[in-house]
Design a protein around this ligand. Sequence first.
Ligand SMILES: Nc1ncnc2c1ncn2[C@@H]1O[C@H](COP(=O)(O)OP(=O)(O)OP(=O)(O)O)[C@@H](O)[C@H]1O
Ligand SMILES: [Mg+2]
Length: 257
Amino acid sequence: MPPLLSLNQVCREFQVRGRQVVAVDTLDLAVEEGEFVTVVGPSGCGKSTLLNLVVGLLPPSAGRIVYRGRAVEGINTAIGYVTQKDNLLPWRTLVENVEIALEIRGAAKNERRRRAGDLIGQVGLSGFEDHYPHELSGGMRQRANIIRTLIYDPELILMDEPFGPLDAQTRIVLQDQLLKLWRASRKTILFITHDLVEAITLADRVVVMTSRPGRVKHIAAVPIPRPRDVYQIHMSSEFREVYNKLWNELRPEVAPA
Ligand SMILES: Nc1ncnc2c1ncn2[C@@H]1O[C@H](COP(=O)(O)OP(=O)(O)OP(=O)(O)O)[C@@H](O)[C@H]1O
Ligand SMILES: [Mg+2]
């Protein structure tokens, strides 16, 4: 079976005030259906650009992106994109925000409410359906941001540091919820994070990118069985082994000598 998604020698450059910035350089990556792949790399190395290329918001300057055997041209609607900043609509309640994609697709109101209610329950937000975004905590908004993408059942979900602004404890709770949602739905996830512990906890494979221009420096499989205990996993020797290997790859990119 060919991979669900493949990037072959993908480059993307930007012209900024007469200066050329190469954000992504000859990047090769393949993601199999059902895989959970995480990407770590220093700030500004092209991670968000990578996701924008995959979903079709930006065309590559060179190289090819292939999804289910076809070259990506324009926005790929089979892909869900959870952006770094939640973009909940402030004038809609939690449940109205979660069901928006089904509304756009013309689903009946009771069907929308049922699916939104299921997801809201799965991430522990029952009772907050009628709250507006400003009445929710950062962690609650981030959960809403994720389930509003899951509700329309995209095949591939891109996540750009979805837990970035949250405190360490809330992150672990949301990692646990995300792994449970993923297990139940068998989706494919490509997940960007700054946090190497998070990257290993979640992933089947971790991709380390170089500093800009971003390329794939190293890919490591995470041979830790599932289901994983996100509250304890970092203490196991298997985890330490993967962590040390990946940190040796990542450290020179984050803090050059
Ligand atoms: N639309 C754009 N126009 C011009 N330059 C851009 C654009 N998008 C990204 N860049 C540049 O491309 C490079 C990579 O940016 P990108 O946002 O992909 O980095 P990142 O790895 O996501 O960083 P962070 O971890 O801080 O979010 C940066 O130098 C940035 O200035
Ligand atoms: Mg980014």
